[in-house]
Design a protein around this ligand. Structure first.
Ligand code: MG
Ligand code: MG
Ligand code: MG
Length: 307
């Protein structure tokens, strides 16, 4: 294991982080690299739907890396979202579609960054660049990641490159984009057996700006009301997390994937930033953000600018 290059996405992995790691492994093999996909956290239900569909087990879970371990990062670059020990690892490659922050290496590397809606769209183009044939398995993995990150091509980060990739991948994958996509997205909204703590951690990311740490978590649902039945418990665990991690702000976005809106719960000493960022006063620590579904394009930039 030690000599193997490890490929992984961010902590609290989403479908793109898992599927793109698996596809990156295939692409690396085809282009002469030995590397292995692993994961940094629990598989969510949406991703499990994809793994069940291709009848595969999830990549192996790892918790930290030793000094000098060679790694490939997909779907993230910020060390605060990566594995324990990342500062001392040797980063050989990054394939990512996020803003670049707090990132530094001591050696040259491949860094492929494109402002697309999904990492898998970048990988799709890499297959083309290297003239590699895309097999059914990889087509399903990439299509699933694109559907997940773009909410079926509806969310603001979606680019024409994501659309084109998904359209090309669907026939190879043998799926009907809307039918498969809706089933997959809905599988991820089954939140019943998550504790409030788990719920705030399914898709949570920590960001750092000039020493200020804040966290933005997101859950997808078909009923915001349903999630808010546990409002008080959610607030209690959020306050606990703020305390534990020394955060100045925690935002939980509860996103209605059918109507493309989000209700946010914001807690912490810097909640004043919400008014400036979104022009909305918090009521009972909550605000309804119409048309807001993307952390990356709509929530994070507004908070990051104003915090
Ligand atoms: Mg991701
Ligand atoms: Mg992604
Ligand atoms: Mg996401």
């Amino acid at each position: 294991m030690e000599n193997e290059v490890l490929i992984f996405g961010h902590k609290n992995p989403d479908t793109d982080s898992i599927c793109s790691s698996m596809v990156q492994e295939t692409l690396n093999k085809k282009t002469g690299w030995k590397a292995k996909a692993v994961r940094l956290g629990k598989i969510n239900k949406e991703t499990q739907f994809v793994l069940d569909f291709i009848k595969e087990e999830a990549p192996k879970l790892i918790e930290k890396v030793e000094e000098g371990q060679e790694v490939i990062l997909v779907d993230h670059n910020e060390f605060s979202q990566s594995i324990e020990g990342i500062e001392k690892a040797t980063i050989r490659m990054v394939t990512d579609h996020h803003k670049i922050a707090n990132f530094e290496t001591s050696e040259p590397l491949y860094y492929i960054a494109k402002p697309y809606g999904c990492t898998a769209t970048i990988l799709y183009e890499e297959f083309k660049t290297f003239n590699c044939k895309i097999e059914k398995r990889e087509a399903i993995l990439m299509a699933s990641a694109i559907i997940s990150d773009t909410l079926l091509l509806k969310s603001p980060p979606t680019t024409r490159f994501d659309k084109e990739a998904l359209e090309q991948l669907a026939p190879i994958a043998g799926i009907d984009i809307n039918e498969y996509g809706l089933k997959m997205l809905k599988a991820g909204t089954d939140l019943d057996d998550f504790s409030p703590k788990e719920l705030t951690n399914i898709d949570a990311k920590v960001f750092e700006k000039e020493g200020t740490k804040f966290e933005i978590a997101q859950v997808n649902t078909v009923s915001i009301e349903d999630v808010l039945k546990r409002e008080n418990e959610l607030k209690a665990v959020i306050n606990q997390t703020i305390e534990e991690k020394g955060l100045s702000l925690f935002v939980l976005a509860i996103t209605d994937i059918l109507n493309s809106n989000s209700e946010i719960i914001a807690l912490g000493e810097k909640t004043g930033v919400i008014k400036v960022a979104f022009g909305k006063e918090l009521e009972n620590d909550k605000a309804f953000l119409e048309g807001v579904v993307s952390r990356k394009k709509q929530i994070l930039p507004n908070i990051d600018k104003n915090i």
